[in-house]
Structures are given as C-alpha cells and as structure tokens.
Design a protein around this ligand. Sequence first.
Ligand code: 5GP
Ligand code: ZN
Length: 220
Amino acid sequence: DPRNGLLVYILDPIKYAPNVVITYNERVVLIRDAFPKATVHLLLLPRDPDKRDMHPRDALNDLEFLGMVKTEAAEALELAASELSRQLGPYSESCKERVAAMESDEIPDELPPGRDFAKEFKIGIHAHPSMHHLHVHIISRDMHSDRLKHQKHYNSFNTDFFIPLEDFPLAENDVRRNTSYQNGNLKKEYKCWRCGKLFGNKFQQLKAHLEEEFLAWRKI
Ligand code: 5GP
Ligand code: ZN
C-alpha cells in the first residue's frame, strides 16, 4: 500500500540518509518531502510505535508526546530555515545589506539583522492525511513548486485543513475535527497566501500569481 510509504524512513533512516533523511534520533526522523509543495518542504516523523500509526489528532492529544514533538519540530525548523536561507539568501535584500555591512571597511557596531527565515514556515498536520504514518509538515509559505498541480495541493496547506502544531491539543468542540467542514475546505476558492486575493477555481491564474508573489517575497 503506497500509503505506508513513510514507514521505511522510520524503520531504517540510515539507509535513506542523506538524500531523503536529513537527520534522526531515537524519537524522530526528519525527511525531505518527495513531492515538495513549496521551496522547502520537510516532514517530521515521530518513531514511537504506539503513536506513529494513530490519527494525528489523537496522537497529539497526549500532552507528553505533544511536548516532545513540539521540541523536535523547533529544532527541525532551524534546519529548514537554514535550507531556505541558502536558497533565498542570494536574492534577499536584507541578506545583502547584512553581508555588505560585514564586508565594509568600517563594520558598524550593530549589523542589520538580516532575514528571519524561520518566520517563513508553517508547521502542522493535515486534518485527513493521505499517508498513514504520523507526519508533521514543515513547509515554507510560498507554495512555489512544479509539484503543486491540484486544488487539494494548494488548499490543504492554505485553509483550516492545515492544523498548526501549536493549536494542539484541539478542544472537543473544535470545528476542525468535523469531516464535512474539512471536505468543504478542500473545495474552497483559491486565496493567495500573501495578499489574500481570491481566484475562484482558476488554477492557472493562481499559479501565475504565486510566481509573482514568490519573486517579490524572496527579495525581502
Ligand atoms: P499528507 O497529505 O498525508 O499530510 O502528506 C503526505 C506527504 O508525504 C505529501 O506531501 C507527499 O508529497 C509526501 N510523500 C508521499 N510519499 C512519499 C515518499 O515515498 N517519500 C517521501 N519522502 N515523501 C512522500
Ligand atoms: Zn497575492
């Protein structure tokens, strides 16, 4: 079953390092998504055999486990941010300013801060994942990718279908637990992640707009 495809990385991470597996320890494995939907798209896979087969909503209700996942996700975010920095740094005005200050003859006492790439990420799960084993998405916000080909690819990251890790544990009456509400999210009209502009169901127009937003966003 292709839905079990993430299990191999949990069971034998060393075999898939360094191409797919970026890092691992006894608790988690951090991998690259094979079909990235943004410039940087990683998956954090908890290894606990009692938790990895559970629905994320249930697994993440265990506060001790949730704490562990949040701690590991914070570390993974640092790696993701440095990966994004490598990719966008050469285009980023704030990075250029900082580098110029560092290389100037009179280095200022306070360097320009540069860009905080960690702020450009979303960390969370899909309300109804397609892959069976528990995985937390760590994805840059840009949605700029050749792999972004379907309505679900966009809306699953840009509506309430995407549930931020920081929102766990979910309250009993949280609307995001509701299946029909979530199916509705996937069919919503497209809304730009950056400026909020609506695109109805016009996927090609959305894609063209995402390209423009990407070029502006990487310049910051
Ligand atoms: P879900 O919708 O289940 O939350 O997302 C599952 C993610 O796993 C998707 O983003 C998909 O691209 C990724 N994926 C699916 N199969 C594989 C695989 O075999 N290897 C890797 N590295 N990622 C995969
Ligand atoms: Zn926009």
